[in-house]
Design a protein around this ligand. Structure first.
Ligand SMILES: [Cu+2]
Length: 160
């Protein structure tokens, strides 16, 4: 039995509708794909880099003793001054001194206690030093010129 033109037309519209629905379903499935999934051809879909704002803590700069002078006869005890502050990681200490008469040494706890400048961890001989408190530990400073540490040029700085 021959199918009339009208019937054929109906059939054609019917299959077009089915195709349309199928396409919509595929689109929905693709859209619902998790972001981490690998897309076609094994390539990851391009995604622009996400910039996560990093909030660095505000670094404070502390001139030693309040005025930055690393010297004999300082009006403030360096340790009293240091104890009055809360030092945080990456804060900085500023030391200003006359390099003809003084230096700055970073030493071990033992050398700090005994005022021994024999095996410093670091020596600074230029009169301007900005020392970065990079670690959460206690830093020990002395002046390595004989007698100066005993006379008060010593300071322990605890970094929280
Ligand atoms: Cu000195």
């Amino acid at each position: 039995m021959a199918i009339s033109q009208r019937e054929r037309g109906k059939q054609g519209r019917g299959s077009a509708m089915v195709m349309g629905i199928a396409l919509v379903v595929v689109c929905v499935l693709l859209a619902g794909e998790p972001a981490s999934a690998v897309s076609f051809h094994g390539r990851r879909p391009f995604r622009p880099p996400v910039r996560i704002p990093v909030r660095l803590p505000v670094r404070k700069i502390y001139p030693v003793g309040g005025n930055g002078m690393w010297m004999l006869g300082s009006k403030v005890s360096y340790n009293k001054w240091a104890a009055s502050k809360v030092f945080r990681q990456n804060d900085q200490l500023l030391f200003s001194f006359n390099p003809t008469f003084h230096n700055l040494m970073l030493v071990s706890a033992a050398e700090y206690v005994s005022c021994s400048p024999r095996k410093p961890i670091a020596i600074y001989r230029k009169g301007k030093v900005s020392f970065n408190l990079a670690k959460r530990e206690t830093y020990f400073f002395i002046c390595g010129i004989p007698g100066h540490c005993q006379a008060g040029m010593k300071m322990a700085v605890k970094v929280l």
